[in-house]
Design a protein around this ligand. Structure first.
Ligand SMILES: [Zn+2]
Length: 270
């Protein structure tokens, strides 16, 4: 248990150092400046149209590694991987657009869904083949998005398990051990309670599109420019349509920077 606490605190220190926003409430200003410089993104490329996608991205050919037993803010080691994660699902249209984008581009995504949104049932038929092929992974973001640090142990458990049941019903998969605490709100108690029911892998982030609330498409591109970097776990949201207007720009950025998008299952053995 002491080891777990040390590892957990190590992770916590990381997020304090990184200071990144997800689900809008957390907005610290101590983000480090990325040291890797790239050319400018092509802001004037057209809105994403499936038939005009340059080429499907290949599936990853990588050696899986053992998952560290702590909260993760970035992908371990050095490389050109990027985990693009998408949370919530307040908008059925945005979830649908992400599914179409994934299918057309080959981009690999991890959705941290809240089962309270009908968008997931609305789009289950469209998403299911992508989930079955492994291109899209579904992670647990709790059923109704509470601050877990403010909830009792039993609510933490019921929020995770109710959402897992919804995911199983819609997609036929078990999201464990991967979960993302809403607002990034986690402490040692939440970490331990979640782990006691199989959720030993809190997935945090190192970079955000900051679109849990409404921002402009140009702002989404600006955040992608800042955070689409090697070994980053980047958080976006399926809540507002701005991101769907710039899928082409985001895909181009990934190709320019020679990033390989991955799901968590692509990276980790367990
Ligand atoms: Zn969220």
């Amino acid at each position: 248990m002491e080891m777990e606490r040390r590892e957990f605190l190590g992770g916590l220190t990381s997020i304090l150092a990184l200071g990144l926003s997800g689900c809008s409430e957390i907005a610290l200003n101590s983000s480090p400046t990325p040291t890797i410089k790239y050319g400018p993104a092509p802001y004037k490329t057209p809105e994403f149209v499936p038939s005009r996608t340059p080429r499907p991205l290949p599936p990853p050919s990588i050696d899986k590694i053992t998952r560290p037993r702590r909260a993760l803010y970035r992908l371990p080691g050095e490389g050109n991987l990027m985990a693009w994660t998408v949370d919530d699902g307040a908008s059925s249209e945005v979830v649908s657009a992400y599914a179409k984008f994934a299918k057309s581009s080959g981009i690999r995504l991890t959705f941290f869904m809240n089962g309270m949104y009908s968008s997931w049932a609305d789009n289950a038929k469209q998403l299911r083949p992508l989930v079955e092929s492994g291109q899209v992974q579904i992670g647990n973001h709790t059923f109704s998005h509470p601050w877990l640090t403010k909830e009792s142990d039993s609510v933490i458990v019921s929020q995770l398990l109710k959402n897992a049941k919804t995911i199983k019903n819609l997609f036929g998969v078990d999201p464990a051990p991967y979960y993302r605490p809403p607002y990034g709100a986690i402490d040692f108690r939440v970490f331990s309670v979640a782990a006691s029911v199989g959720y030993s892998a809190p997935i945090m982030w190192y970079g955000s599109l900051s679109d849990s609330g409404k921002i402009t498409p140009e702002q989404v591109v600006d955040f992608a420019e800042k955070w689409f970097l090697p070994q980053h776990i980047v958080i976006g949201h399926a809540n507002y349509p701005s991101v769907t207007k710039v899928f082409t720009q985001l895909l181009t950025l990934i190709i320019q920077r020679q990033l390989q998008t991955v799901t968590l299952n692509d990276v980790f053995l367990n």
